[in-house]
Design a protein around this ligand. Sequence first.
Ligand code: ADP
Ligand code: MG
Length: 359
Amino acid sequence: MIEIRHLAKEYNNNGTVLKVLRDVNCTIRKGEVISIIGPSGTGKSTLLRCMNRLEEPSGGQIIIDGQDILAPDANLPLLRRKMGMVFQSFNLFPHLTILENVMCGPVKLLGMSKSDARAQAMDLLRMVGMAEKADAMPSDLSGGQRQRVAIARCLSMKPEIILFDEPTSALDPTMVSEVLSVIRRLAKQGMTMAIVTHEMKFARNVSSRIFFMYDGIIYEDGTPDQIFGNPQKPITQAFINRIRTLELTAKSRDFDLYRMNADIEQFCQKYSLDEQVAMRLELVLEEMLTGVLPLDGPVDIKVDYSEKNYDLFMEFVSRAGNLPALSSVSQDNLSCKVIQGSCLDIQETGNCIRLKIRK
Ligand SMILES: Nc1ncnc2c1ncn2[C@@H]1O[C@H](COP(=O)(O)OP(=O)(O)O)[C@@H](O)[C@H]1O
Ligand SMILES: [Mg+2]
């Protein structure tokens, strides 16, 4: 359906030429869901923006349904209609109600009657769970709600493909899942989509294919299982195997457990670890701090999580010296029992206790 051949884009900054896209080649078929992942600055946004010609490519071809949209006589308004785009920063019209935001495109650009546009807008708002707020203003909504309206507005133009550029990156972690659920639903309905995202679990579960972008090209592409389970190139492997970490410190016995728990919850939300896992981490932390560790000096706590194999560790390192081995703490110590029940593995070396947390 969409074929991209030798797409190139360079920016000229006062004489220095920056080749952002060097040679992008791919085909996206109808009904496919493509997640585009990769380090920042590798041209992911530029690729999406070139696809609907928000940016003018420097070379190559983009062929949609047999037509090269980079040709001088290409019908730009028609092209933009075929390609919906959802940005990080929702971009709703602030002076229009939610309903008006979703109605105005079809009325102004597709010539739809107001009553048809209203009916369609209500259907779409229902689909994204926002019908209740039809008469509200964008400023009355949370970020997640605004983004769901932005998706409804995009759908109102009946696009053939939707391009998402980090649709959840600007959101508070608590609001990420409501937006991802809407996108997941569109995927189930067969919507063709290309999604630039940092949500690895989502990319793995929802996509039909993954493009890993690096250095201005699609460096590696494949099914989610291939890219996440068995990436072929070292740079892809390094990216996929990145470990996510959260660092906390208990400086003394007067540690702030509430603050640490809030940080753990935010970390878990960010990396799609469910609430039960967050509760287990909090439990282990509390038992370690109140029942096991002497806290006669600061203890550094690190949570690390691999997005590749989903291993989760919590590590305690004392700056004051050796820690008591859990195995040496009394058999009756309730904290120890709770911790052992929450862990798959316990490693103890001198001033470090590393726990592999059950998930
Ligand atoms: N309008 C622009 N002018 C000059 N350089 C730009 C412009 N837009 C993006 N770039 C540069 O292009 C590179 C790729 O940007 P981008 O496509 O936004 O990457 P990504 O979305 O993968 O993080 C970056 O180095 C960025 O600074
Ligand atoms: Mg970007």
